[in-house]
Design a protein around this ligand. Structure first.
Ligand code: SF4
Ligand code: FES
Length: 247
């Protein structure tokens, strides 16, 4: 495949940045999107140019490091992570536009790399269980209804990639936050801190500069783990309950 790439280049957070155009002549449709960028970077290094900075780690759809805006879609045209996207999803001769996540709470560090530490601070504010659960319990010693266990497991698949924020016109992290609230709130171990968790996480979310949810739904459409929109309803319900309890 031959491709034209229009890529956002930005030296650091103080640089205004801009789009640069590159041509690639030999891309296999079996390459992953990140392998295609590796080929570009080898070409740039050979030419003595600065390679394009982008994040990745596991390259297996697990770690959440690799988000890019591809032709205006978070993680590109498939429901998957950028590292699991393959070039067969594009056509020979196509022009592909590649940008970093765009959100006030995710400032650009360099080129396609953004600072997502706002998510870490949200988790530190309440996205954990600190009760002592002891050693590995006997199976069924704390019965968890099957539907609750399944829901907790399904929403625990959130990898913190930030696509939901990048896709949301408000730059809201409500889907990410709702996934954590629902995951922990479905389990018995999550109950003691349930009220303080939601209050503190929402306060940190707003403090970080994420926007509010207005039920647009782009977050769930962009989510590579298909986290459902109703986790945001759960988030709002838990917040109302916590306020009724005097938080
Ligand atoms: S909810 Fe989905 S899109 Fe948002 S951080 Fe989690 S996995 Fe990524
Ligand atoms: S590099 Fe880990 S999810 Fe893509």
């Amino acid at each position: 495949m031959k491709l034209t790439l229009k890529i956002w280049r930005q030296a650091d957070s103080s640089d205004p940045g801009g789009m640069h155009t590159y041509e690639l002549d030999e891309v296999s449709e079996d390459m992953s999107f990140l392998e295609m960028l590796d080929v570009l970077n080898e070409q740039l290094i050979e030419q003595g140019e600065d390679p394009v900075a982008f994040d990745s780690d596991c390259r297996e759809g697990i770690c959440g490091m690799c988000g890019l805006m591809i032709n205006g879609d978070a993680h590109g045209p498939e429901v998957t992570t950028t590292c699991q996207l393959h070039m067969r999803s594009f056509s020979d001769g196509e022009t592909i536009t590649i940008e970093p996540w765009r959100a006030d709470a995710f400032p650009v560090l360099k080129d396609l790399c953004v600072d997502r530490s706002a998510f870490d601070r949200m988790i530190a504010s309440g996205g954990y269980i600190s009760v002592n659960t002891g050693s590995a319990p006997e199976a069924h010693s704390v019965p968890v209804p099957r539907d609750d266990a399944l829901r907790a497991f399904n929403v625990a698949t959130c990898i913190g990639c930030g696509a939901c924020v990048a896709a949301c016109p408000n730059g809201s992290a409500s889907l990410f936050m709702g996934a954590k609230i629902t995951h922990l709130g479905e389990l018995p171990q999550g109950q003691p801190e349930r009220d303080s968790r939601v209050v503190n996480m929402v306060a940190q979310h707003d403090h970080e500069g994420f926007g509010g949810c207005t039920n647009i739904g782009q977050c769930t459409a962009a989510c590579p783990k298909e986290i459902p929109l109703d986790v945001i309803s759960q988030l709002n319900k838990d917040l109302r309950t916590a306020m009724r309890h005097g938080h």
